[in-house]
Write a protein that binds this ligand. Sequence first.
Ligand SMILES: NC(=O)C1=CN([C@@H]2O[C@H](COP(=O)(O)OP(=O)(O)OC[C@H]3O[C@@H](n4cnc5c(N)ncnc54)[C@H](OP(=O)(O)O)[C@@H]3O)[C@@H](O)[C@H]2O)[C@@H](O)CC1
Ligand SMILES: Nc1ncnc2c1ncn2[C@@H]1O[C@H](COP(=O)(O)OP(=O)(O)O)[C@@H](O)[C@H]1O
Ligand SMILES: [K+]
Length: 494
Amino acid sequence: MENIVKGTDMKKIDSYTINEIGIPSLVLMERAAKSVADLIDKNERKQKNNITIQVIAGIGNNGADGVAIGRMLYLLGYNICIFVIGDKERATEEFKTQLSIVEKIGVPVVSSVIDADVVVDALFGIGLSRDITGTYEQLISEINKMKNIIYAVDIPSGINGDTGEVMGCAIKANYTVTFGCHKIGTVLYPGADYCGQVEVSDIGYPVQSYNEASEILEYAGVDDLKMIPKRANYSNKGTFGKILIVAGSRDISGAAVLCAKAAFRAGAGLVRIFTHENNRDIIAKLIPEAMINTYNTEKFNKKAFEACLNWCDVVAVGPGIGIGTIQQMIVEQVIESKIPAVIDADGINNIAADERVKKNFHKKLILTPHLGEMSRLINKPVKEIAENLIYYAKELNYRYGANVVLKDARTVIATDGQIYINLSGNNGMATAGSGDALTGIISALIGIGCDFEKAAVMGPYVHGLAGDMAAHKVSKTGLMATDIIEEIKSVITD
Ligand SMILES: NC(=O)C1=CN([C@@H]2O[C@H](COP(=O)(O)OP(=O)(O)OC[C@H]3O[C@@H](n4cnc5c(N)ncnc54)[C@H](OP(=O)(O)O)[C@@H]3O)[C@@H](O)[C@H]2O)[C@@H](O)CC1
Ligand SMILES: Nc1ncnc2c1ncn2[C@@H]1O[C@H](COP(=O)(O)OP(=O)(O)O)[C@@H](O)[C@H]1O
Ligand SMILES: [K+]
């Protein structure tokens, strides 16, 4: 797992590294600048002699980075100039040092913005402290209108490093090189959208420095796929989990099929679908690998359902089950059984307003609400939740003890007080049935022996990677839940 911190916490990490550890500020800055200059050089080298580059520098240390990047590119032979905006008298010591160096070297420092082919955005970094107005706002609007390639230094100017919100206006970058680790502002929307492609550059912050952060969030990367257990040779289908999927309702069968298929593709050994009796034939046709048990809305056989619960290792309950007293009873029974469970969609809706049931939530539950379901669950408006994903995921996890996978364009996971943000996936995944696939994946991961809390983190990661692979093949626009499911096998390999 890799770190994500608030921009303001990164400033504390910076200052601890400089003042307590003793790595000089200019040393960190040199490494920071070098990583940006290296990326620009890698991308632009071929047209080196035909392009102009302008660094737009503020007078803080983000601007100081920019001036250093300008110097490095100048020394590499690029046609570059630096535009400084702000009162140089009020500049940081590092800025003054960097400016004096470029003046001695003879790097052009100009007094206006030019229509350069490449712009280095070093106006504001994590020191942005208020909304952008006046001449800065005009400058950003002017730069955004140009058809150039923009490289943002640390974070696009105007994005709040603590939240990802736009502080009045912001630079729309093509690339962002962020230092040390991701900031919340570079991963959450809308900030993430302003970053373009993000590269995290290790500029040498020692691990101790991260203790200065008020909170460290994490995200999964390719290396973390190792957390998914490999299949043992000495095994049988029971070894890889018995998954009970409670899904579908009268004549609604798709959700159950998608969820079950995703579970199989993610490695589940045995899948039993518990659904409405009308769905039996169609589900048997669409997924013959699954066992099927059915219920009848007129007289629900609680004992038969109990037998299914006794059979399984993991339950996934909710996709397409609809709303009703029987469904509510089912969800309650799952919760009371204390069997590890994933509760999704109508599984959540059926009990969302019932405090008595929610009090029974426990640590072996993973709730996977999208914003609408979360809104019903915690009785807050969707907009309020969308703007405070981390806060509400954490709050729900803290209040009831259940693990939370709060699904959105960036899914936020809260398990045992730790927050994770999923960075895989794409907008093509905003398509019917995509969430059903996720539920299947998470339950299969639990079934095959992945650590329970980690399944809540790795599920969305695997789902997103499969979605990315599928989008590569069929495009984001054309992506269907089935395409995501088909790619799970390329993510979880032997
Ligand atoms: N050694 C180091 O420390 C390292 C630091 N690093 C780099 O430093 C960056 C952080 O530098 P920083 O702390 O100096 O803050 P920065 O982002 O330049 O902004 C502060 C300036 O902006 C101004 N300002 C703020 N908001 C404003 C607004 N709305 N409208 C107008 N002005 C506004 C503010 O003015 P003031 O509030 O004082 O009036 C001040 O002048 C970080 O992102 C990374 O790039 C790396 O090189 C690694 C090593
Ligand atoms: N813009 C997006 N970028 C990345 N992932 C997305 C985006 N929109 C939706 N998703 C993902 O797709 C899934 C949609 O789930 P859900 O809303 O429950 O769909 P459904 O109910 O149709 O199955 C979630 O995992 C969500 O994180
Ligand atoms: K910047």
